[in-house]
Design a binder for this molecule. Structure first.
Ligand SMILES: NC(=O)c1ccc[n+]([C@@H]2O[C@H](COP(=O)([O-])OP(=O)(O)OC[C@H]3O[C@@H](n4cnc5c(N)ncnc54)[C@H](O)[C@@H]3O)[C@@H](O)[C@H]2O)c1
Length: 442
């Protein structure tokens, strides 16, 4: 029996689906046809996660190095079209969405071009290489009404959702500080990735890699270890701080800091890189309706004798929440009286002091009922849980529904802005002021 209410619900759902289909040209049963631009480590991972979501089909791959195109066909089949020029991919009307996993200096250019060409975009972090690029990205997303998901997968993680819920419920009292770090002590950890022996001007479209970066003769290390150079990457701040900003902003609802200061140095990996391998960043967050004023301290150390470790500590007046191995909430009960330091006062003064003190805090015999628990609660995600997959799921669901994603251009800019400004602070040896609401230099 079709009641009027039921009819209204189904017709609203149907018209939503119809309007989504009009915008994507997709019925819910159609596959979303996507392409990968930049088929290196993360791009390959992204494509695999995207395929795992289901209802998706990889139709084309663009990369400037021939070996990665050959590998794409080996991995995903001969039917996958390959090209060294990403513009060929964007020109194809049968592609709905693109995953951009190139070096950082290409993100904004390709993402804006893709949205202008009607594609939905999954763009790897950091969304931008330089702070000046952010506004155009936000504007392009709004103008074109395309879906843009930035690839800091933590914001789709059930662990961060748990932390966000605990934080919002006041689990740690008043937040005053957040500390986060990402330490490593290995060659691969420090970005010394393999350089293929067949890299040559014939197998690499060098100019297509350089893009807007300064012209240079062919030098494979700059392509295969692009993170080590300011011309293409964003140092540890854009590579790793940005994940910490994204995760922290998601948990606290913070929009960003007002002041950015970073310091550090190149201490060990002197392989020709022009970025530091140890960096500390300090950030002042102003009070908002979501949280009190607090200070953020970030650290990346690629020469940490302890090996790889990363985590978060959210420090509040009533407890600490850590994210590392799961989410842990630790609380030590507050003292019931402040105590005193009267031993160096005269005997007479000690007596006077103690009398007044005990009037304020009457002596109580310890009893079991008054004992307070010191607690530690740990929340663990199921083994094998992947936030990457959830992040792609969130993206492709939005491509179909046209509903907002978790990490749109504004969110991406608010994380990448202070991350890349850390580099400005480090290289120019100054504090940088930022307007986290307006997303511009202050
Ligand atoms: N979300 C995460 O956890 C995560 C992890 C790793 C990397 N990333 C991001 O993913 C991106 C790629 O990093 P990666 O580690 O895969 O690097 P990578 O060097 O392995 O891959 C980059 C690929 O882009 C190709 N490329 C360069 N210029 C190109 C162009 N103009 N057009 C098409 N392809 C081009 C390169 O040949 C290479 O194959 C970076 O932005 C990085 O920050 C994100």
């Amino acid at each position: 029996m079709t009641t009027r209410r039921h009819f209204l619900q189904t017709s609203t759902a149907a018209s939503l689906a119809a309007s989504a289909a009009a915008q994507t040209g997709k019925s819910p049963n159609d596959k979303i046809r996507f392409a990968l631009i930049g088929a290196g480590g993360m791009g390959t991972g992204n494509a695999e996660f995207a395929l795992r979501v289901g209802g998706t089909e990889l139709v084309a791959v663009a990369d400037v190095y021939e070996g990665r195109l050959i590998r794409a066909k080996e991995r995903w089949g001969k039917q996958v079209a390959t090209t060294r020029d990403y513009r060929e991919v964007l020109a194809r009307p049968d592609i709905d969405a693109v995953i951009i996993a190139t070096p950082d200096h290409w993100h904004q250019t390709i993402a804006v071009e893709a949205m202008d060409r009607g594609k939905d975009v999954y763009c790897e972090k950091p969304m931008i290489q330089r702070v000046e690029e952010g506004a155009a990205m936000v504007e392009a997303q709004q103008r074109t009404q395309r879906i843009l998901q930035v690839g800091s997968q933590r914001v789709s993680s059930i662990e961060y959702t748990k932390a966000r819920e605990l934080f919002a419920a006041g689990a740690i009292g008043e937040l005053n500080m957040v500390e986060a770090w990402w330490d490593r002590n290995s060659a691969l950890g420090a970005w010394q990735y393999s350089i293929p022996t067949d890299a040559s001007p014939q197998t690499v479209s060098w100019e297509q890699f350089l893009g807007r970066a300064p012209r240079r003769p062919f030098e494979p290390v700059r392509l295969f270890r692009w993170r080590n150079y300011q011309d293409y990457g964003t140092g540890v701040a854009g590579d790793l701080f940005v994940h910490l900003f994204s995760g922290m902003h998601y948990v606290t609802g913070a929009l960003g800091p007002e002041r950015v200061f970073a310091t550090g140095g190149l201490r060990f990996w002197r392989d020709g890189r022009d970025v530091p391998d140890v960096m500390l960043g300090l950030y002042d967050y102003p009070k908002t309706d979501r949280h009190p004023a607090f200070t953020l301290a970030l650290r990346v150390n690629f020469v940490s004798g302890e090996g790889e470790s990363s985590g978060f500590r959210f420090v509040g007046s009533e407890g600490i929440m850590t994210i590392g191995r799961g989410v842990t909430l630790s609380k030590v009960p507050r003292e019931t009286e402040p105590g005193f330091t009267i031993d160096t006062f005269s005997k007479a003064e000690q007596e006077r002091f103690l009398k007044a003190y005990r009037e304020q805090y009457p002596l109580q015999r310890p009893n079991a009922d008054a004992m307070q628990p010191q607690t530690e609660e740990r929340f663990l995600a199921p083994r094998g849980y992947s936030d990457h997959e959830d992040h792609h799921r969130n993206f492709f669901a939005a491509v179909r529904s046209r509903q907002p994603v978790v990490e749109d251009a504004a969110f991406g800019f608010r994380a990448a802005g202070p991350a890349v400004l850390s580099n400005v602070s480090y290289f120019e040896q100054r504090t940088v002021k930022w307007d986290p609401v307006g997303m511009k230099l202050a």
